[in-house]
Design a protein around this ligand. Structure first.
Ligand code: HEM
Length: 410
């Protein structure tokens, strides 16, 4: 029998003072020594932690694992997230047809081509935010001024949710992603958001416009393929998934660039879109904001890297460590995986996951990040952190890593 002391607790605290962008030291030790091993989580269960790039991909591509949160052995991230998932289940936590059919119903609104078409809107929104920031006092908080509004406007625009409702959505999304929220708080937040979206959906019945919710009403609700409640749950998934994630990448990525001035200069001084696109992939890899692991459960016995996994074992895929794996990101003339090097070919990172559940909104996120980083650095060449990196407030206690505030000056 394994002694409790041999099984480390997960998640593991980062050493923010040493480097706020690096995963916990202990995770690298697991990656080096075992690759995968049992960890203990909040409810006392002991799922497997998978830390190597090749192993994470193998698990995510395996037909022997399930994303179904109703499976009693599913290793939830917290009591609150477990309660919220039970209330607002979507294709995100389903397998097979229950995942594929609703995902397909949405996918055509999120193609690379459609998202490239949104580039101009992203540029306009970004420029407006920067104009307002420059006209206001300094130092200012970049999270409020730019990181939150750009993805908020974009996802509201895409879905067809009135933007004046975004303040309330933002507050409720925070409740959602805070690991400290109680189960009761998160379920109440979910109920309120679902109600708000249901009202928007009702409005689209008589007045469909050119947006995702309208299309779902016309193609799914009216012919009876989906109910208002099912569409509202999808809308909730998109609003929350499309909002905190990009916002945290904007703020944390800006902090990383401002503390690596030579890398920031490469973006500022280049007119080549491929340079910015490469920088975004590298920042996604280096920062990996989905930092408390994707969760799965084994539904058959199978083997990963010589370890027997049994049906009913929980699995946690640690993208952050996998994205620093020297086996996948050899320096090869570039920096070590622990360095930020925007010229590194990093497109095979796992920041958007891998396999059938790979991020649906990744093309939107890419366009947002490309526009925001390059516009910010070019329009404000003197942009600088207004407080030292180690004094900033990091979201160590949230399921998506990032910054609560980013004070900047110029
Ligand atoms: C930098 C920004 C983003 C990051 C790092 C990110 C990351 C992720 C990751 C890691 C997953 C998969 C989790 C798993 O395998 O269990 C995922 C799934 C998903 N993401 Fe994102 N995401 C981002 C932005 C967005 C945006 C902008 C949207 C929507 C507009 C979005 C919508 C979704 C959806 C719907 C899924 C579920 C896909 C499925 O289960 O088939 N994400 N995202």
């Amino acid at each position: 029998m394994t002694h409790a002391v041999d099984v480390p607790q997960y998640p593991m605290p980062r050493n923010v003072e040493r480097c706020p962008f690096d995963p916990a030291e202990k995770l690298f030790e697991i990656q080096r020594v075992d690759g995968l091993r049992r960890v203990r989580i909040w409810d006392g269960t002991q799922p497997w932690l998978v830390t190597r790039h090749a192993d994470v991909r193998a698990v995510m591509a395996s037909p022997h694992v399930s994303a179904d949160t109703d499976n009693p052995a599913y290793p939830h991230s917290s009591a609150a997230i477990k309660a919220r998932r039970a209330r607002a289940k979507t294709f995100f936590t389903e397998d097979g047809a229950a995942h594929d059919i609703p995902r397909r119903a949405l996918a055509r609104d999120f193609t690379a081509k459609r998202m490239q078409g949104m580039r101009e809107v992203v540029q306009t929104v970004t420029d407006q935010c920067i104009d307002e920031m420059l006209a206001g006092p300094k130092p200012t908080d970049l999270v409020e001024a730019l990181a939150l509004p750009v993805p908020s406007v974009m996802i509201c625009e895409l879905l067809g949710v009135p933007y004046h409702e975004h303040d309330r959505f933002q507050v409720l999304t925070k409740v959602f992603t805070a690991a400290t929220s109680t189960a009761q708080d998160t379920v109440a937040a979910a109920e309120e958001m679902l109600e708000m979206i249901a009202v928007v959906i009702d409005g689209k019945m008589d007045n469909p416009t050119d947006d995702t919710l309208s299309r779902l009403v016309v193609e799914q609700l009216i012919p009876g393929h989906m109910t208002n409640e099912e569409i509202a749950r999808m809308g909730l998934l998109l609003l929350t998934a499309g909002h905190e994630t990009s916002a945290n990448m904007i703020a944390l990525g800006t902090a990383a660039l401002l503390s690596n001035p030579a890398q920031a200069a490469l973006i500022r001084n280049s007119d080549d879109p491929a340079v910015v696109a490469g920088a975004v992939e590298e920042l996604l890899r280096y920062l990996t904001i989905v930092h408390s692991g994707a969760r799965r459960v084994a539904i058959d016995d199978f083997e990963i890297a010589g370890t027997e996994i049994h049906a009913g074992d929980g699995l946690i895929l640690d993208f952050g460590t996998a994205n620093r794996d020297t086996a996948a990101f050899t320096s090869n003339g570039h920096g070590e995986p622990d360095d930020l090097d925007i010229s590194r070919p990093a497109r095979h990172h796992l920041a958007f996951s891998f396999g059938v559940h790979q991020c649906l909104g990744q093309q939107l996120a890419r366009v947002e990040l490309q526009v925001v980083y390059s516009t910010l650095l070019k329009r404000i060449p003197t942009l600088a952190l207004a407080e030292p990196l180690e004094n900033l407030e990091y979201k160590t206690d949230m399921s998506i890593y990032g910054l609560h505030r980013l004070p900047v000056t110029w």
